[in-house]
Unconditional design. Sequence first.
Length: 289
Amino acid sequence: MNDTGDVRPVTTASLDRSTLPSPYVQWGPIFGGALVAAAVFFVLMTFATAIGLAVSSVSPTWRDTSVGLVVLSGAWVVVVAIGSFALGGYIAGRIRATWRTNPDEVHFRDGLHGLVVWGLAVIIGAGLTFATAATISQSTSKSSTVTPQRTAANPSEAEPSFLTFELDRLFWADNRQQATDNQSRAEAGRILQRGLGRNELAKDDHDHLVQLVSARTGLPPADADRRVGQILSESRDAAAKERRSAVIIAFTLAAALAAGAAAAWGASLIGGRHRDENVAPSMRPSWGR
């Protein structure tokens, strides 16, 4: 009501944000999209690890992993990467301020925001992974100090982790009272590692390993020689599986991240188009309608 007594409807002025100055890169939407993308990716990968569907295995050489599980795990990583980065890119493109300029320029800026979301989410995800691995490693080291089992404080006495089973078999003995010290296992592990390449193990190294096994197990030299040859062959197979698993993990993660970058770019374009066209899903329930 005004001074003359007339009643006039109150109108709300709409703010055209496209006329306001805004930076080329808007970090608020980028951080929001990156946090959502990293959180979704981390939660889904944690869930996959819990049910055994992850590009990893409790066996350091994937000896217990079937080909089907490897393929399914890789597909899961790719799908999760595409979905999480697409969600983060869409959020960034949808909530950032628009510009009134050439449509191609608007699309490029939307896609650029999605790509920056992808990069920031990868950094956040790497930080979360590193923190989780450090926590697990710290808890494992604490538990090993309580109940030490072949653990050594001296790094020179550390045996190769992927050859632990082979070293166990190398020093099997009927006399269980005769324990093998960490230094002997580490020395045998280093000798076995020298024979994992294309070249054969040197004769002096082979003879020394045979003497070491014979002394620690009580086997005759001939039996110790046969055991060394068998374990060396099994160690080569274990090393080959370790290399293949590392290649599979690296290739799968690289493919997943590349697909995630493309998904973030495309979803950001979709979010920008929905922003400019004022397209928004209804957040009210429609039960019974």
